[in-house]
Unconditional design. Structure first.
Length: 359
């Protein structure tokens, strides 16, 4: 994620004094908020005001009546650039009756905590969740609110992830959002169910599994979750640094927390155990490692060859149907070496951290 520090000149050439003036307008308008609206849109963000601005633009262009919904931006790492971005939209939309609010989040960090801060301040019986890097369709709110019939706990909308003809491994992985049963990049939840269940578990400090946890919690509370296929958001894949898949392995620790809370639903709906290939690679590497000091060089050499073959096979698998540029091929070859070990490590770390036997 990019960071943006406060500066005398804001993005778009706005001076600091003009920014403060817009914030004052937003604050004055916030003091005159109506007591009740139909739906509150909660958008967590962290230091990427350019992406946030595109999302807010789409949210402000909804075909829903402007005075019957509000937008709440939860800044999970408050900074001036984000505050100024929200203030500009708040000032621009005030005249047509659309409320755009800025909520700095200084307590629990992570999207789960930010979303909690948002819905807890909402003035509506329905909460719509999306991310700061999405582009909601103009009909998104109308379709999502329409899907939440009385008594329904939540609705899961449709997520579209545009991909090139030959995506990278990272891009293909991100497209998994299209197949998610329930993702907070596009979800609508009745506020009373958030109140009764406590909302998001803030121990999920990364953007991983916190939405599945909410889904399972609502299901176990007897809430019905429906599909809202006409409520569409486009979720472009953000640019990522070379080797991003290595850092992503850290998220797998939260599989353990989800398993601890919902073991049956995890087994039947997630099925996120590492591939047997990972364990085979680990066993081959450990065999080679321990065979050398023991003087069993033939065993060590054989195990090393097996490790190289399995790692090469893993790399080739990741390249199937993917971008074949030299840069991406090199990335897959390099990152395929540590990923099996890191995946297993972080799963074990999560098991110890959350005190659960996690198969």
């Amino acid at each position: 994620m990019s960071s943006s520090a406060a500066a005398p000149i804001e993005a778009g050439g706005m001076s600091a004094s003009a920014s403060r003036a817009e914030e004052a307008v937003a604050a004055d308008y916030a003091g005159a908020l109506p007591a009740r609206m139909d739906v509150s849109v909660v958008v967590p963000t962290y230091r990427r005001p350019a992406l946030l601005a595109a999302c807010l633009r789409a949210l402000c262009e909804q075909d829903y009546p402007a005075d019957r919904y509000e937008i709440i931006v939860c800044d999970d790492g408050p900074d001036e650039a984000t505050r100024a971005c929200v203030a500009r939209f708040a000032a621009a939309q005030a005249a047509r009756g659309l409320t755009v609010r800025y909520v700095p989040v200084t307590g629990s960090q992570g999207p789960a905590g930010a979303r909690n801060a948002g819905w807890q301040q909402a003035r509506s019986p329905l909460i719509a969740f999306t991310d700061d890097d999405t582009l909601p369709d103009r009909h998104w709110l109308t379709a999502g609110v329409g899907a939440l019939a009385p008594g329904v706990a939540a609705a899961s909308g449709k997520i579209v992830v545009p991909l090139p003809d030959s995506p990278t491994d990272y891009e293909a992985d991100a497209s998994g959002l299209e197949r998610a049963e329930f993702a907070t990049a596009n979800a609508f939840v009745a506020r009373k169910f958030l109140v009764s269940t406590g909302g998001f578990d803030e121990r999920f400090t990364s953007a991983w599994r916190e939405d599945s946890d909410l889904q399972f919690t609502l299901m176990q509370a007897g809430g019905e979750i429906v599909r809202a296929t006409d409520a569409v958001v486009v979720h472009p894949v953000r640019p990522a640094h070379w080797g991003v898949s290595i850092a992503q392995q850290k998220k797998s620790q939260f599989d353990a927390l989800l398993y601890k809370k919902h073991p049956h639903l995890f087994r039947t709906r997630i099925r996120a155990t590492p591939p047997l290939l990972y364990y085979a690679i680990l066993c081959a590497a450990l065999t080679a490692l321990f065979a050398v000091p023991a003087g069993h060089m033939t065993i060590a050499l054989t195990a090393l060859i097996v490790w190289l073959a399995l790692t090469g096979y893993f790399s080739v698998m990741r390249l199937h149907g993917r971008d074949r540029s030299w840069r991406h091929v090199a990335e897959m070859a390099w990152t395929s070496v540590p990923i099996p070990f890191l995946s297993i490590y972080w799963r074990l770390y999560g098991a110890f951290r959350f005190k659960v036997f996690f198969p």
